[in-house]
Design a protein around this ligand. Sequence first.
Ligand code: NAD
Ligand code: DAU
Length: 354
Amino acid sequence: MIFVTGGAGFVGANFVLNWLKNSDEPVVNLDKLTYAGNLENLSSIQDDPRHIFIQTDIRDGALISQLLAQHRPRAIINFAAESHVDRSIHGPEDFIQTNVVGTFRLLESVRSYWNGLELADKSEFRFLHVSTDEVYGMLSSTAPAFTEDHNYEPNSPYSASKAASDHLVRAWHHTYGLPVLTTNCSNNYGPLHFPEKLIPLMIVNALEGKPLPIYGDGMQVRDWLYVRDHCSAIRRVLDAGKVGETYNVGGWNEKANIDIVKTVCGLLDEMRPRADGKSYVEQISFVTDRPGHDRRYAIDARKLERELGWTPAETFETGIRKTVQWYLDNPQWVANVQSGSYRDWVQKQYADQP
Ligand code: NAD
Ligand code: DAU
């Protein structure tokens, strides 16, 4: 039995689905179901007895302690977080509450549970914390990619809150001996990605005939990894990672935002041509830049490749094609996530744009 937090979100849901495809070991999925948590992501396993979903906040230490005592997991994978940089700029409070206070409370419940385990179970137990490359800050255009030894220099409220959570995890290992692992991954894309993030937003807006808003000059660089490759990396680290270590996860796919958007447009031109025969590129609109926008991220994933033998299965070309196809095949999922508070967010974020 494992526990997953945040398993109704983008990466967490992909992980849970992938886990149950590859293993019979049950999963207890703890998720608050914020705007980003979506039970529809898990509809294919809703009757699967190996999946136990519990709606809860990771800050609810009493409930988490009770669930740990009841289900006695051998590992916890912490995906739960507020994850969108733009939202962290508008309202950082939730990021501090979930990413910092939530991780702290979770660590405390887990520490108490772990202390009560038999010796053999105690040494086998793992707390795997899922984090981001954004904790390392920003790279110049010529700097080498982030290694695990890079200084922490977070620049946004989101990345600062994730950095704080990474430090807590590290300290709980150093001080209390809790057997932790941390992964720092680059930008994910793929099925179930909430359309507030660049790639799904561009696909959805393109199909709806709306502008494709590119912040600033569009030359910011992100390093893209297909979400299922992130999931396979987490499994590998859980199985074989060295306690107390951190592992960078990435696919060596640095791309400028404008190139990503043009690639998405090109695929849509081929797979769902516009009625007027023009390219979706016509819908590109350069808009006001994100405050404090980090210019470049890039992950050096050699430690994970060398020490644990992990490699990604998808290239960017295969992964992005699958992703566009998934959005074309799932219009109802898109319509459902766009109902309710999603519209308010889009209006607020892009209100003053042309
Ligand atoms: P997401 O926003 O899609 O999902 C987050 C999930 O956490 C949602 O289901 C939400 O309901 C849940 N959640 C939020 N607050 C909670 C709380 N207080 N208690 C319990 N559940 C709560 O995020 P994501 O993109 O799936 O990211 C998952 C994790 O992976 C995050 O920790 C993020 O920092 C990390 N990560 C993401 C990426 C990426 O590109 N998406 C890259 C690197 C690391
Ligand atoms: O690097 C890992 C991180 O990647 C994760 O930790 C975060 O949880 C995840 O959200 C993601 O953060 P980014 O800020 O890089 O992702 P986002 O999709 O929001 O933006 C990607 C790039 O595209 C970024 O440079 C901003 C730009 N962008 C984004 C949006 C939403 C635009 O130009 N226009 C947009 O409308």
